[in-house]
Design a protein around this ligand. Structure first.
Ligand SMILES: Nc1nc2c(ncn2[C@@H]2O[C@H](COP(=O)(O)OP(=O)(O)OP(=O)(O)O)[C@@H](O)[C@H]2O)c(=O)[nH]1
Ligand SMILES: [Mg+2]
Length: 253
């Protein structure tokens, strides 16, 4: 007699057919590449929550995404600053049931980038942060040895109105492995003041510090309120309005 695959082990009572609970780390591990865009109007209209990773070039955005998703090369990380040059989106959730998206953004402040490219990118990013309708949260990565720079402050000014309206915000102090314990807690106190309505945390990809906490936070941001779950990212769930490229402001770039 053959045994169905779902049958209970020989001894004991029948195992209930309940799927294992999703942990934030398990959820992060489902990340897969969705799309890449050099301009805002190339981004697909998405209704699920999107969480953007922003910050100076070389701050550790791509490495952070790889660490959180437990994948070596999902996002392109490099010793050479300025490697991420497009907005790269990654889907989260079970295959076919995307429930959130991560966005890896190009870094700013890299001196070797030509001025025109810098200005163009600053405009794209400001437009993204102000107009992306499904943007649920922003993770601002900052190397605490440098602290928040002038360009980080500009970004804070751009997003402040949205944070006041409920956009989630986290300052993530990266490369915490380079700091002593005392330096770390001092940097954290300063960042907490700078974060305004948001939070601040220490993070190290090298030592896996802060990984569980950040995964939990992103899970909470993405699941706190009723939101659309789509069959595939880019498709609209019933009742949800898609953001069509035509809705972008004319100056979106
Ligand atoms: N020691 C240490 N190094 C790190 C950590 N996170 C990132 N790095 C290093 O920092 C460098 C830049 O990392 P990336 O993840 O490419 O930085 P990025 O912010 O994506 O950079 P751009 O794409 O240029 O904007 C790489 O050499 C990483 O190995 C960390 O937690 N600890
Ligand atoms: Mg990068």
């Amino acid at each position: 007699m053959s045994t169905p695959p779902s049958a209970a082990p020989v001894s004991g009572t029948a195992a209930p057919l309940i799927p294992p609970p999703v942990t934030p780390m398990g959820w992060m591990h489902t990340a897969r590449f969705l799309t890449t865009a050099a301009q805002l109007h190339h981004l697909p209209p998405i209704t699920v929550p999107e969480i953007a990773f922003v910050g100076r070039s070389n701050a550790g955005k791509s490495t952070c995404i790889n660490t959180l998703t437990q994948q070596k090369q999902l996002a392109y990380a490099s010793k050479r600053p300025g490697r991420t040059q497009h907005i790269n989106l990654f889907s989260l959730g079970k295959q076919g049931l995307t429930d959130a998206v991560l966005a890896d953004l190009p870094g700013y402040g890299y001196a070797a980038v030509p001025k025109q490219d810098k200005i163009r990118w600053q405009r794209v990013m400001a437009n993204y942060l102000v107009t992306r309708e499904n943007l649920k949260g922003i993770v601002l990565l900052c190397d605490p040895r440098l602290g928040l720079t002038e360009l980080d402050e500009v970004l804070l000014d751009v997003i402040r109105p949205r944070v006041q309206e409920g956009l989630k915000f986290l300052i993530l102090l990266t490369k915490a492995d380079k700091l002593t314990r005392v330096e770390g807690s001092k940097a954290l106190s300063i960042a907490r003041l700078q974060a305004g309505g948001g939070e601040a945390k220490l993070f190290s990809a090298l030592k896996k510090q802060g990984v569980d906490e950040v995964a939990q936070l992103l899970w909470d941001w993405s699941h706190e309120a009723p939101h659309a779950t789509v069959q595939e990212a880019g498709q609209t769930a019933a009742g949800a309005e898609p953001v069509s490229p035509a809705d972008e402001p004319p100056n979106a770039d």
